[in-house]
Each structure stands twice: as structure tokens, then as C-alpha cells.
Write a protein that binds this ligand. Structure first.
Ligand code: F6R
Length: 607
């Protein structure tokens, strides 16, 4: 949430900052700004709207080599030019960009005002600039440290001073910050996508760490000035992975990448000879795994839906009792941590505040918490006791798609691993692997029908309300379909268990509310068909996602999207694809901002 970039080096800071902000725009996009040091002065440009709006209003003279930039997702203060970052002190000699929330900002602001400071914006972030001003006596790092020692809350910040044209000071507490080491140039950013086109050598800052950098050098310390030696890491992915590669939107690209991203999640982890999976990152011995009596999965949004699929799998295949919880709810209900319960937190970004705090609460109570994350080096990935990376590659579209299918894939792997330690036979294990390995090709088949789904989107996109209905392991897929549709097309949609329909939602059925039914050929098929008929007999329109050649469904549904037949427990991976495509094409048809839907941001680092 909110993107930060800082640059010191020989290049035009403006160009580097704007390019970085464009790559970060998915993190927050209601306003943006940059600040560059030029001839001993700060030049600030801030604008409500997208980066392109900022670009259209940049001053002509911005030719400095050191600067900071920010793209905002508003928390304190409305969306306008003034509240956009960077924020400056009273003298406009110091500027700061901030990601996070300062909880005690009102008290600090009152105190600073009583000391004579005047504030321009309504933001919490501006207090940092004034606190640094208060403590600045020629040493920016020292002033930043003094300022931060008074702050309660979360921050990733970068600060500069007009008197120091080759110096940036960055710090992190709860909001990510990464240092990029170039050849005679240095970068700071809230995530590596902003700097990958310049360098792949990075240093991830930890909470409580401060970095001072010039174009040639950097120094990392804690708030008490103790030097900290940091490991330089190498980013393995390529620039192309964060570009659209000929697709109209990142979301479209990411949907179509899924056969490949699912293979990446499996790569090197399936063992056909032993009919099991290897997940070394779990850091658990066979004995530890055998002692697991229960699993609890904790996540938010799409990751929560993946966790629900995981729950069905673990219970039905591995026969391990499993529960799933919304991370923000779990955190505040004083959760009970039982012995021999294994916890998973699932998070694409690895930065979601609700999930991170829930995880810390569980760890405080002695739980072993494993992570299923995409972003390497993210806070959750680093703080868990072990885990599995899904290796989806960067997911740029705000609406999560490929991460969802890869998270589920990891649950298949974990289910196989646990099952084979318990009741699953060698033959059944091999069959499970074959079924899983056949999924990418089946997804290719669904993707090849995208034109037909686009046609359905044209037919249905003007409806205001939708119901998504599924049962069993496909119930969370229905919820995910509804979430995808509402978040990017702004069509109201609800996901329900098809059986719940008669307990209330059926009152909504009529000509104006179409339903999308997931009808795999599984044990609940006949029951879902009964629910579908109940809708039809009340005048409701029905789109069914059904198995190829299902004539019964073809007869009763208004429209059918066919998916290949797969073994029962694998349907979520093929059933979700048409739902992602339907949401995508509806949003395109309605002219929505598909990759950056209103009010949202990619990683939600506030509670
Ligand atoms: C929906 C979506 C969100 C995220 C949720 C959790 O498309 O992207 O619902 O799934 O904010 O994010 P992560 O997985 O990063 O913890």
C-alpha cells in the first residue's frame, strides 16, 4: 500500500523516480509526487490522480540527481494535491515520503504546532518532516532517528535535505523498504519492482533498521546507532516478468500465465518414485509432521479462499481436521493455540497487515506458523517458522489470479505429503501426482475458450447483481469468482454454497439477478442440479460452468462454459479460470481500470 522510491546517482532523478512510480502504481494510485534536490533547493511536484497526471504537471526544471517519489493510497486526509507525498517541513528544506500509519500523529502534531510549526496537509506523514526539522542540526540521519524514536505506528520512509544533495535516509518499521545497489548509484524502494530495471543487487531492511546512502555507499544501523551488517541478495526474476508482454492488462497476462505458474509451484517438489512431495522449506521433520493433529489456515481475501480450498483438501484427502480463519478476525479474538496444531498463513504479498499481525499473535502464543507466500523476502516470509514459496513471479494486477491457483497447488503438495505419511497408498499417491501434473494442460484448454467467455461477458456485463454458487471444495471457488467480479467490474456479486440459496439468497432470484453455478461431476452434482432448477423455476438466468459434454446441464442452463473433466478434488484449479476470465472481460467491457480498480491497492499494509 503506497509505493516509495528514492534515487541518488548520476542519472536524472526525475526520470528514475517517474519510471519507478509507474512500476509501483499498483500499490496505490490516488495521487503521486516527487521531490528532487536542485541547486541547494527542493523542487516538489505533487498531483491527485495517476502518475500520468503528475507527469503532465512536472515543472520544467527538475534536473537534479537525488530525489524521492511516492504513489499514495490515502489513509489520513482526502485525496488531493496537498495530501499527496512528499511532505516538506516549514522551511521546505526537508522532504519525506512515508508508507504506513503514525498512530500518535495527532499528539505529535499538536505539540509541533504549539512549538510554531505550520502544517500544510491533513496527513499523519507530515509530522515526520516537522520532527526531522526540529531535530536537524547538520546530521540528517541523527535527526531522522530522533524523530522516529517518538513515533508510534508503522513506517517505511525516505527522507532528504536540500543541503545534502547526495544523501537519502531510509528507515523501516512494519512497511517494507529495500535498498538497491547499482554501479555508482543507489536506490530505495518499497518493493523491488521499482528498481529491477536498474539493479538486481538488493538489501532488505528489517524493522528498526535505518539506512543512509549516497550514490556510492551505504550504511545500515539501528535506531540506537549500532552498525548492522546486511546481506546483499540477488533478485532472480527478469524485467519482462513485470511487463505486459503484448497483453492488454497485467490481469489478462497473469490469467494466461497460470499453466506455467502452476508448473513452477510444483517444480522440483513432486517425487513420483516415492509418490510424495518434498517441501524442504517447511523446516519440519517427518516426526514433526506425524505429530500434526490439526491444521489452522489464516489469510485474507483471495488467499483466504485458497486456504478454504486447502481446508477441504486436507480434511477430505489427508483426513486432518482443519479450520480456516479471516486473519483480521483471528487476531482480535484472543485465539487459543492448541498443541500439535500446525498453522499456515497464506499471503501473496507477504505484507498484508491483518495476516502479519495475526501471525505474530499466534507465534506469541507458541504456535508454529508456516507461510505460503509469493514475494520472496517479504515480512511474512521472513517471520514465519518455515514455509513454501509459490514462485508465481511478480503479480502486478491488483486482482489476484495466478497467486490463487499456485497457493492451491501448494496445498495439493502439502496434502500429498501428509497423506502419504498416513493412509494414502503408494498407488494412490502416484495417481494424485499424475492428476495434479495434468492440470496445466487442462487449464490451457479452458484458456483456449476465452473468446466464448468474452462473448458471455458482453451478454451479462450490464446486470447489477450476480450470485456465484458452488458446493464442497468448489464453494470457495464460487466466493472467489464473486470477489473477482465485484472488485474489478464493480458489479455486485455474492458467493454462496448452492445449498444455502434456499436459506435466504433465493429471494434475490429473478430476471435481473443471474446466477453462475459450478457443476463438476462430483458427489454433490445432483444436489447442485436441484439448486440450479430451483433458480430456473423462479425465472433466474443461469450460467453453468460444467464438464465437457454434460448434456443435462446444457439442457437446463441458459449458458454453459465447459471445462475438462478432472478428478474430483482438482476441480478448483480448472473451475476458477472461467470465473477470472468472466470478471476480466466484464470489467474491460464496462471500461473499468482493470489493473488498478478503484479504492483498492495491491498489498494492504494497514489494518
Ligand atoms: C483480491 C485480492 C485481495 C488479496 C488480499 C490478501 O483479488 O487481491 O483480496 O487477496 O488483500 O492479500 P495477500 O494475499 O497479499 O495477503
Amino acid at each position: 500500500m503506497c509505493g516509495i522510491i528514492g534515487y541518488c546517482g548520476p542519472k536524472s532523478a526525475e526520470k528514475v523516480l517517474i519510471e519507478g512510480l509507474k512500476r509501483l502504481e499498483y500499490r496505490g494510485y490516488d495521487s503521486a509526487g516527487i521531490c528532487v534536490i536542485l541547486d541547494g533547493k527542493l523542487v516538489l511536484a505533487k498531483r491527485k490522480g495517476k502518475i500520468r497526471d503528475l507527469q503532465a504537471h512536472l515543472p520544467r526544471t527538475l534536473a537534479g540527481n537525488c530525489g524521492i517519489g511516492h504513489t499514495r493510497w490515502a489513509t489520513h486526509g482526502e485525496v488531493n494535491d496537498t495530501n499527496a507525498h512528499p511532505h516538506a517541513d516549514c522551511t521546505v528544506r526537508i522532504a519525506v515520503v512515508h508508507n504506513g500509519i503514525i498512530e500518535n500523529f495527532a499528539t505529535l502534531k499538536d505539540r509541533l504546532i504549539s512549538e510554531g510549526h505550520s502544517f500544510a496537509s491533513e496527513t499523519d506523514s507530515e509530522v515526520i518532516a516537522h520532527l526531522v526539522e526540529k531535530y536537524y542540526a547538520g546530521d540528517l540521519e541523527e535527526a531522522v532517528k530522533k524523530a522516529l524514536s517518538l513515533i508510534k505506528g508503522t513506517y517505511g520512509i525516505v527522507c532528504l535535505h536540500a543541503d545534502q544533495p547526495d544523501l537519502l535516509v531510509g528507515a523501516r518499521h512494519g512497511s517494507p523498504l529495500v535498498l538497491g545497489i547499482g554501479d555508482g548509484e543507489m536506490f530505495l524502494a518499497s518493493d523491488v519492482t521499482a528498481i529491477i530495471s536498474h539493479t538486481k543487487q538488493v538489501v532488505y531492511l528489517e524493522d528498526g533498521e535505518v539506512v543512509s546512502l549516497s550514490s556510492r555507499d551505504y550504511r545500515t544501523t539501528d535506531l540506537h546507532d549500532q552498525e548492522i551488517e546486511k546481506k546483499v541478495e540477488h533478485i532472480s526474476w527478469e524485467l519482462e516478468e513485470i511487463e505486459k508482454a503484448g497483453f492488454s492488462h497485467f490481469m489478462e497476462k497473469e490469467i494466461f500465465e497460470q499453466p506455467e505458474s502452476i508448473k513452477r509451484a510444483m517444480r522440483g517438489r513432486l517425487d513420483f518414485e516415492e509418490a510424495t512431495a518434498h517441501l524442504g522449506g517447511l523446516n519440519m521433520s517427518t516426526r514433526d509432521l506425524l505429530n500434526v493433529e490439526r491444521v489452522r489456515i489464516v489469510a485474507a481475501g483471495t488467499s483466504l479462499h485458497a486456504g478454504m480450498v486447502g481446508m477441504y483438501l486436507l480434511e477430505s484427502v489427508a483426513r486432518i481436521p482443519c479450520t480456516v480463519e479471516i486473519s483480521s478476525e483471528l487476531r482480535y479474538r484472543n485465539p487459543i493455540v492448541e498443541r500439535n496444531t500446525l498453522h499456515f498463513v497464506v499471503s501473496q504479498s507477504g505484507e498484508t497487515a491483518d495476516t502479519l499481525y495475526a501471525m505474530r499473535e499466534l507465534q506469541r502464543k507458541g504456535a508454529t506458523v508456516l507461510g505460503i507466500c509469493n514475494v520472496v523476502g517479504s515480512t511474512i516470509a521472513r517471520e514465519t517458522d518455515g514455509g513454501v514459496y509459490i514462485h508465481s513471479g511478480p503479480e502486478i494486477a491488483v486482482a489476484s489470479t495466478k497467486a490463487f491457483t499456485s497457493q492451491i497447488t501448494v496445498f495439493y503438495l502439502f496434502t500429498l505429503l501428509l497423506s502419504r505419511m498416513r493412509d494414502m497408498s503408494f498407488e494412490a499417491g502416484q495417481e494424485f501426482i499424475q492428476n495434479l501434473q495434468s492440470i496445466p494442460a487442462k487449464i490451457e484448454t479452458v484458456l483456449s475458450r476465452s473468446k466464448a467467455i468474452e462473448g458471455l461477458a458482453k451478454k451479462y456485463c450490464e446486470y447489477q447483481d450476480f450470485l456465484f454458487l458452488g458446493r464442497g471444495i468448489n464453494y470457495p471457488v464460487a466466493m472467489e469468482g464473486a470477489l473477482k467480479l465485484k472488485e474489478i467490474s464493480y458489479i455486485h456479486a455474492e458467493g454462496y454454497s448452492a445449498a444455502e440459496l434456499k436459506h435466504g439468497p433465493i429471494a434475490l432470484i429473478g430476471e435481473d439477478t443471474p446466477s453462475l453455478f459450478l457443476v463438476p461431476d462430483d458427489a454433490l452434482r445432483d444436489k447442485v442440479i436441484s439448486n440450479l432448477k430451483e433458480v430456473k423455476s423462479r425465472g433466474g438466468r443461469v450460467i453453468a460452468v460444467a464438464v465437457e459434454g454434460d448434456e443435462v446441464i446444457a439442457e437446463i442452463a441458459d449458458d454453459v462454459i465447459e471445462v475438462p473433466r478432472v478428478k474430483e478434488c482438482f476441480y478448483p484449479l480448472v473451475m476458477v479460470i472461467p470465473l477470472q476470465l468472466l470478471a476480466y472481460y466484464c470489467a474491460v467491457q464496462l471500461g473499468r481500470d482493470v489493473d488498478q480498480p478503484r479504492n483498492l491497492a495491491k498489498s494492504v499494509t494497514v489494518e
